[in-house]
Design a protein around this ligand. Structure first.
Ligand SMILES: Cc1ncc(COP(=O)(O)O)c(C=O)c1O
Length: 353
């Protein structure tokens, strides 16, 4: 089964002998005379040395955090790099394809365009934003190697039930990899699909520290998948994806004390989301507020452009999503600090559409 999935990869990647970086060849302590670094130390410890390609301490921390084995993990420069790695490893330019379910995160289609891979688009069912599973199965072609799902979905905010994701894993077993982007899962009522990694070889999960963990500036994402798929992506990733200051910062931020703080922040953001959703639905110019399992809210208004411009004039930036599939006159609002949410409410109150 896993061999069938590996056979979906670009043959030249399968055959590739990865670049053997100095730090990968010799990770042990000693006198380093093998990487052409400047030997004089800086004020920041170890800055003059290349970092570990996949830092062991961080890998251990993520394995505990995400409840997976260490060899099921690849750390990347944000999830965006993870998306790009899948595309570059599996899609032959001009031949292969991915499947996406719009409206969804734009980077799947953009990374496909950069790789010159085709995009099979199977829109979510309008209004409920559920997956159209029968249509996905009917649309699939043998050149389609990767199925991208975003759960909770950006920008609609809904999660896809496990049962749907499992149906897709079964339908596409040996045929395609189902990649579930869980950038916002910490805000959801449903648990991470990473628990399905030991059940299906063809599921992969993307996690990021950019959202709930509050480290968008650190650029740290994690791919979770079967160890042989991880080994394949590791051939393609750049030799040192994480900078050493980032590794230290992330390790610090994943200490139990900090994790506890993050849990509290997530709880506050979820409460604020529910409160703001209720408030938004009372406004006369709001036509619909969709329930959200993320840290943002999607709403339909009578004039999206007008509302975004009005908020901008009050120095509040919200996002017009009207150009996206089936989202005419829709805006997406991310949750801010309590005082920022309060300012948003004042701005909305002064809006006459
Ligand atoms: C669904 C989704 N996936 C991935 C990303 C990018 O994550 P990262 O900052 O880890 O590259 C975003 C950012 O907005 C996102 O919304």
């Amino acid at each position: 089964m896993i061999d069938d999935l590996l056979a979906l990869a670009r043959p030249e990647i399968t055959r590739l002998i990865p670049y053997s970086s100095a730090r990968r060849e010799h990770a042990a302590q000693g006198i380093y005379l093998n990487a052409n670094e400047n030997p004089y130390p800086k004020a920041i410890p170890h800055l003059h040395r290349y970092p570990q390609p996949q830092p062991t301490r961080l890998r251990e921390r993520f394995a505990t955090l995400y409840r997976v084995d260490q060899d099921q993990i690849l750390m990347t420069r944000g999830s965006d790099e993870g998306i790009d790695l899948w595309l570059r490893s599996f899609c032959r330019a001009g031949n292969d394809a991915i499947m996406v379910c719009p409206p969804t995160y734009d980077m799947y289609a953009l990374s496909a365009a950069i790789q010159h891979a085709a995009v099979l688009s199977v829109p979510l069912i309008p209004d409920t934003f559920a997956l159209d599973i029968d249509k996905m199965i009917a649309t699939w072609q043998p050149t389609c190697k990767l199925i991208f799902l975003c759960s909770p979905n950006n920008p609609t905010g809904n999660v896809f039930p496990w049962q749907d994701i499992e149906r897709l894993c079964i339908a596409f077993s040996n045929k395609a990899i189902v990649i579930v982007d869980e950038a916002y899962i910490e805000f959801a009522s449903q648990k991470s699909c990473s628990a399905l990694l030991n059940k299906y070889d063809n599921i992969a999960v993307l996690r990021t520290l950019s959202k709930a963990f509050g480290m968008a500036g650190a650029r740290c994402g994690v791919v979770l998948a079967h160890k042989k798929l991880i080994a394949l992506l590791e051939k393609v990733i750049s030799p040192y994806p994480l900078a050493s200051p980032v590794i230290e910062i992330v390790l610090h931020e994943l200490e139990p004390d900090t994790l506890h703080k993050i849990q509290n922040q997530v709880a506050s953001l979820k409460a604020a989301r529910d409160e703001l959703s209720t408030y938004l639905s009372t406004l006369p110019f709001v036509e619909k507020v969709w329930p959200s399992d993320a840290n943002f809210i999607l709403l339909k208004v009578n004039d999206a452009k007008g509302l975004v411009a009005h908020c901008a004039a009050q120095h509040i930036v919200i996002r017009d999503r009207s150009h996206m599939h089936s989202l005419n006159q829709c805006v997406r609002i991310s949750l801010g600090l309590p005082e920022e949410n309060q300012q948003l409410k004042l701005a909305l109150e002064s809006y006459q559409a």
